[in-house]
Every structure is written in C-alpha cells, then in structure tokens.
Design a protein around this ligand. Structure first.
Ligand code: FES
Length: 259
C-alpha cells in the first residue's frame, strides 16, 4: 500500500537522471530513505526519484519541497545532515545549497557561460561542403523539442538527410514514445526511429542521438542541424534556406549564443 498522504508534510525529489546516476545518485536515494526511517520522518516525508531535473552541472541534485531549496553535489556524507536539518534548522548545509526561492542568484557548482558566435568551428561536410558548426547538448529534453520544432511547427523549406533515405523534402510528423522519437513522412511512407536517451555509454542502438550540432554553410545560405551517434556518424541532418525564423529560435533557445 502507498504512503498515507494525509500525514505527509514534505517531499524530497532526488534526481536519478543520467548525470546524477553517474555520481552515485542511486546510493543517495537508498541512504536518504534509510536516514528518514531512522529519524522517524518516514511517514511525514515522501521521497520521489526523478529523471533529469535540468541541473546536471550540479549533479547529484535534490529538491526539498518544504523549504523550497535545491541542493547540489549531494553525497552520502551530506544525506544525514539533510535529514537532521528537517528537524533542526540550526544544522547547516549551506555549502550544498544551489538555490532557494527568494534568492537573486544561484550558487552553482560550475558556471556555464553562454556560447559565443566565435565558438563555431569550420569543418567539411560530405554533402554540404564547408560548414561552421557548434555543439548543442544532446539531452532528451533538447532532442524531442528540436525535432518537433523542425518537423511540425516550421517545416516549410526543410530538407532532411538520412543515410537510409538520402535527401527527403516535405511535411513530416513527429511522435514520442518512451525515449524514442518517430519521424514519419506519410506521403513517402518513410519512418525513422530516433533513440533520444542521453546514455552515451551504450552503443547498442544505431539510431541513438549522442551529439547535436547547429551549423551554417559559408555565406550562411543554408542553416541546419546535425543529429549524430558515435557509431554511424551523422544519422539525421535537417537544413533549410535562411529566412524562416527557425535559426534565431534555435540559437536563442538551444545554443544560447551571444555575439
Ligand atoms: S541528471 Fe540530474 S540534473 Fe540532470
């Protein structure tokens, strides 16, 4: 039977996304639940394991709902202090605080600065010639919106290139199911399955996205996105002529490039 929620006055979210797991987040869950039980807080504190909470540079991350506080770099050593803090506000865990509601600034473990246009690198592309490209983070919550933006919102003038189908133009549909994106071209009966999970270690899926690049050709006539995996290189390329507003949208929302 589930916990009696009428008794719960606090919920702790523990990130168990890829980056946090790499830094022993699962051990943190076990230790936290154990510490809550030993402190007699088990019935009043609910714990929830989550997927990526979008603060990977601060992994492993937790969020305590009752105090509206985010914690960074949590380890087995800091779990006991976190639990004690729930009953004794004099306990300090300041060095692990990432953000509290009301703060004007976060205290991240690592400061990520926006990319600049100077970080675009020249490279040769077999089908587009010389291009200038910049990497975007290939997290699942980036890949699906990117595909959806391209294929369903702003599809006019897009070309798609895959090794299997070559260059294909026209309107596509994008569906999402359990970590996979399915791209369909109903008129041409083309179906492409993209694995979006950010687990870069696993090489077993040929269509697993592990890298995304934003690129433009010389003179910026053509703009586009590369989706690649470690085994097969570029598996999906989307490009278009300048002028449909998609580039500005991607730069502002996914690459955050300042000039
Ligand atoms: S995996 Fe935990 S914040 Fe991203």
């Amino acid at each position: 039977m589930g916990k009696d929620l009428t008794k719960v006055n606090n919920t702790i979210f523990i990130c168990n996304g890829g980056s946090c797991k790499k830094q022993a987040a699962e051990d943190n869950v076990r230790e936290l639940r154990c510490a809550l039980k030993m402190a007699g807080l088990h019935e009043t504190t609910h714990t929830i394991k989550t997927l990526c909470m979008g603060q990977c540079e601060n992994a492993p991350v937790m969020f305590v709902e009752s105090s509206n506080t985010w914690y960074k770099k949590m380890t087995l050593d800091t779990i006991d202090a976190l639990v004690s803090l729930q009953v004794n506000p004099d306990i300090s865990l300041q060095s692990n605080e990432l953000f509290k509601r009301g703060w004007e600034r976060m205290q991240p473990a690592k400061v990520l600065t926006p990319k600049t246009s100077g970080e675009f690198q020249w490279q040769d592309d077999p089908s587009l010639g010389r291009i200038k490209a910049i990497q975007i983070y290939p997290w699942e919550f980036n890949i699906y919106p990117l595909l959806k933006e391209c294929f369903t919102q702003r599809w006019e003038g897009l070309s798609l290139f895959t090794k299997a189908y070559g260059v294909v133009e026209g309107k596509f549909l994008v569906e999402y199911q359990q970590g996979k994106a399915f791209i369909h071209h109903p008129a041409k009966d083309i179906s492409l399955e993209i694995i979006m999970k950010a687990d870069r270690e696993s090489k077993e899926f040929p269509n697993k996205i592990s890298g995304i690049k934003l690129f433009h050709t010389e003179g910026e006539k053509q703009l586009g996105l590369h989706f690649s995996n470690p085994k097969d290189g570029v598996i999906l390329k989307v490009y278009w002529e300048k002028g449909n507003g998609l580039w500005e949208h991607l730069v502002n929302n996914y690459a955050k490039i300042s000039s």
